[in-house]
Design a protein around this ligand. Structure first.
Ligand SMILES: [Ca+2]
Ligand SMILES: [Ca+2]
Length: 89
């Protein structure tokens, strides 16, 4: 998620990110979303080389945040129509 070469963990509950510190420990980052997503997936939506996060609710809602580097993300963008472009649903 942060481009440092070690694998981080993304959870659907409150869009939780566990950052791998490279020594076997994980640092918790929370709050990408103000609700719980039913499903999450990573995809480079804006093709800038950094993985962004897509959220899906069980009611069909979809949203995404853009990765701005160093585990900083844009505010939530609700745009289900654009997700169709990326073939994610
Ligand atoms: Ca990492
Ligand atoms: Ca991106």
């Amino acid at each position: 998620m942060d481009g440092d070469g070690d694998g981080d963990i993304l959870g659907a509950y409150n869009a939780l990110i566990l950052e791998n510190d490279g020594s076997g420990s994980f640092v918790e980052h929370q709050g990408l979303l103000d609700a719980n997503a039913d499903k999450v997936r990573c995809e480079d939506v804006d093709l800038d080389g950094m993985l962004d996060v897509l959220f899906y609710g069980e009611n069909g809602d979809a949203a995404y945040v853009l990765n701005q580097g160093a585990l900083s993300f844009s505010t939530r963008i609700r745009d289900p129509g654009s997700l169709l472009i990326f073939g994610t649903r």
